[in-house]
Ligand binder design. Structure first.
Ligand code: XBP
Length: 260
């Protein structure tokens, strides 16, 4: 029986990356006097590295961007990444507070439906806890109150996605086995993490993937009058013009678990 939903945050609950984190990273670079600019194409590639601090370090090590003064010494890069990341997060929180990052279609509806049906819900994300907090507070307001039984974020686990750690800790905090839960993700790394934790996984994304191993792939979850764009539905759980609602997720969970 399906007893819980575990949600990824960035890209799944809301389109936070390109117009949120990326913009905030670029603002932080400019404020630090660094002539770096992460355009959309570059940022999409950098998203393969989970975690903002880790992403900056990866960029420093692989792209070797221009650096002033003491930052030329690789021994200072950990500190540089930490400082830039802290500033980026403050700027990201401001973007969220300005209401620039709305929830994706169907998210509010499905969160409310699952809550009303008594399912437990959790968050499993590699983003920092304060970013999750800011997003939930501004996008959901009072609806966020008591919505999630567990929020696993950032450095609460030793290894970020695609490692399964965040999902395994969310399961532990939910007090449920993987067989009773379903994950919602948006990236190949997130999908790999959820699958490695033994979870049936729905992918909501308009990006190309690859998403093999997902039980359902939709462009978004859909809303009344706005069907979910179905990209891959191997268990045939969505009717034409339908949306991803709890009934569809229960059908999917039964079918996918039945296949083992
Ligand atoms: C997405 C991430 C994060 C964000 C930036 O996490 O990889 O690193 O891009 O957030 P998820 P931080 O898809 O698991 O929600 O700078 O706080 O890491």
């Amino acid at each position: 029986m399906l007893r819980a939903l575990i949600w990824d945050v960035d890209g799944t609950l809301a389109e936070t990356e390109i117009q949120g984190h990326r913009v905030a990273f670029n603002e932080a670079f400019a404020a630090a006097g660094l002539p770096w600019c992460w355009d959309e194409a570059l940022y999409r590639r950098l998203l393969q590295v989970a975690g903002g601090r880790e992403r900056i370090l990866h960029y420093l090590r692989t792209a070797r961007p221009p650096l002033p003064g003491r930052w030329r010494d690789p021994a200072t890069w950990e500190e540089l990444a930490r400082r830039l990341h802290r500033d980026k997060n403050a700027r990201y929180a401001r973007l969220v507070a300005e209401g620039r990052i709305p929830l994706r279609p169907g998210v509010r509806r499905l969160l409310a439906e699952a809550r009303a049906a008594g399912l437990r819900q959790a968050v499993a994300t590699t983003t920092s806890p304060e970013n999750v907090e800011a997003l939930l507070r501004h996008a959901l307001g009072a609806e966020a109150e008591g919505l999630f039984k567990a929020v696993v974020a950032g450095d609460m686990v030793p290894a970020k996605k695609p490692a399964p750690d965040a999902y395994l800790l969310a399961l532990e905090r939910l007090g449920l086995p993987a067989e009773a839960c379903l994950a919602l993700e948006d990236t190949p790394q997130g999908l790999a993490a959820a699958r490695a934790a033994g979870l049936v996984t729905v992918v909501t994304s308009e990006e190309p993937g690859p998403f093999s191993g997902a039980a359902l792939v939709v462009g978004h979850l859909g809303d009344p009058g706005r069907p979910a764009p179905v990209r891959d539905d191997p268990y045939r759980v969505l009717a034409a013009g339908g949306m991803v609602d709890l009934a569809a997720l229960r059908r999917l969970h039964r079918a996918a678990r039945g296949r083992g």
